[in-house]
Ligand binder design. Structure first.
Ligand SMILES: Nc1nc2c(ncn2[C@@H]2O[C@H](COP(=O)(O)OP(=O)(O)OP(=O)(O)O)[C@@H](O)[C@H]2O)c(=O)[nH]1
Ligand SMILES: [Mg+2]
Length: 386
């Protein structure tokens, strides 16, 4: 018993001495590396045969190829006073997708972002972030708009109880998102974008790159929610669309999605559109001749101010008519909410995505949704929706 009592202190002394000697000699470098030099009889089996060069080569793993990336960015139009909701949207996108992919963020505003706003947003991610101010002429109501007529239009919508009926900034925003955001200097380097808004929710892990998916599958427009527009806000939009397409039939895609937009072969608009607060799309499509001429034509009608044309129907109609129907993609695996509607994936997508939403609570097949219109186009064509 007595001699055992000394084992522990003796062992500690030996360890400390050994450590001290190594420290003296190697000055605090990684001591474990030098233990073999002490010649402690602690040797590998010398009878084992040495591996051949080929065997050694097979052990060296080739560096994994870095994942392919698309030329893409997030686009976030917002205001300084929306900071709290901007942060929660970015946080969810980073946690569920971008912390692995590091796509850049471009935040745009009609007024300069405050220092505090930029500091708080920068704290959310290591991905590159840029903050831009929108050119005045891309934002304000143009001088040639007849303000008396615009005022009458606002009063009319107000009397019909339409949301944002009297708001000019809201109209500026819809016009900017329809025709100008993709011309902003900060977005010139990029082709694909993912639009994000304040206070939205991303429910599921996104374990692949939707931008690369768009590129590899030749998609131009991706959505998660599809619904009906308020008719009074776009009273004359379809007439303008028909006027443009009959004068410019060359822009209509041979395999377009007219069936999604119209239940009578294009005579009337059924109000279906993709909800543009979520968009993953190709800015080169908006920058292309067909869309540019389409937007200029709509702009000349003044409907962004005389009525309240939204960027959602404008983008949706263009994507549905000027692109092939298989170029418009339903991201059914991305769980998303913008009040008051949400798309929650189901089945394997829900499990794989570790989605935080209830799959029974999804807007897709409710009465106000247009997903059935989208899907029926592919059923008629004998293929499943893309
Ligand atoms: N900088 C700036 N951004 C705006 C302005 N109005 C709207 N936005 C942004 O434009 C986007 C759409 O505006 P929202 O107010 O979300 O419009 P909405 O999605 O139709 O309606 P709600 O979300 O229900 O309010 C959001 O990203 C807003 O932050 C504005 O006057 N200035
Ligand atoms: Mg919104």
């Amino acid at each position: 018993m007595t001699s055992r009592r000394y084992y522990l202190p003796a062992f500690v002394v030996v360890v400390i001495t050994l450590h001290f000697l190594l420290w003296q000699r190697y000055g605090g470098q990684d001591l474990m590396k030098h233990i073999p030099e002490l010649n402690i009889p602690f040797r590998p089996n010398i009878n084992a045969t040495l591996p051949t060069t080929t065997e050694l080569a097979s052990l060296i793993q080739p560096e994994p190829e870095p994942p392919r990336r698309a030329n893409a960015t997030f686009v976030f139009l917002c205001k300084n006073d929306e900071l709290g909701k901007v942060l929660t949207s970015i946080q969810q996108m980073e946690d569920r997708f971008n912390k692995k992919y590091q796509y850049p963020w471009v935040l745009l505003n009609d007024k300069p972002f405050t220092k505090q706003f930029k500091k708080r947003v920068r704290a959310m991610t290591d991905a590159p972030i840029e903050f831009g101010v929108i050119k005045r002429e891309h934002w304000i109501q143009p001088d040639w708009i007849d303000e008396d007529r615009a005022l009458k239009g606002r009063i009319r919508l107000l009397s019909q109880g339409i949301i944002y009926a009297a708001s000019i900034p809201y109209r500026n925003m819809c016009r900017f998102n329809s025709g100008f955001f993709f011309h902003h200097e900060l977005l010139q380097p990029y082709r694909y974008y993912w639009r994000v808004e304040p206070g939205v929710k991303f429910f599921c892990d996104i374990d692949y790159d939707p931008f690369v998916y768009m590129e590899e599958h030749d998609k131009v427009y991706g959505f998660t929610l599809s619904l009906h527009e308020w008719e009074p806000t776009i009273r004359t939009l379809w007439d303008a669309v028909k006027e443009f397409t009959s004068a410019n039939p060359q822009y209509l895609s041979a395999n377009n999605s007219m069936e999604y937009l119209s239940d009578d072969g294009g005579n009337t608009y059924n109000l279906c559109h993709f909800w543009s607060n979520f968009e993953i799309a190709d800015m080169d499509f908006w920058r292309g001749e067909a869309y540019q001429r389409f937007f200029d034509f709509l702009e000349s009608k003044g409907g962004f101010y005389y009525e309240r044309w939204g960027d959602a129907p404008v983008h949706s109609i263009a994507a549905a008519l000027f692109a092939r129907k298989d170029q418009v993609h339903f991201f059914r695996d991305i769980g998303y909410r913008h009040e008051p509607f949400q798309h929650c994936p189901s089945g394997d997508d829900w499990v794989k995505g570790r989605c935080a939403c209830d799959p029974r609570d999804s807007f897709d097949y409710t009465g106000a949704s247009c997903i059935r219109n989208y899907e029926r186009m592919f059923k008629h064509a004998g293929v499943s929706a893309t």
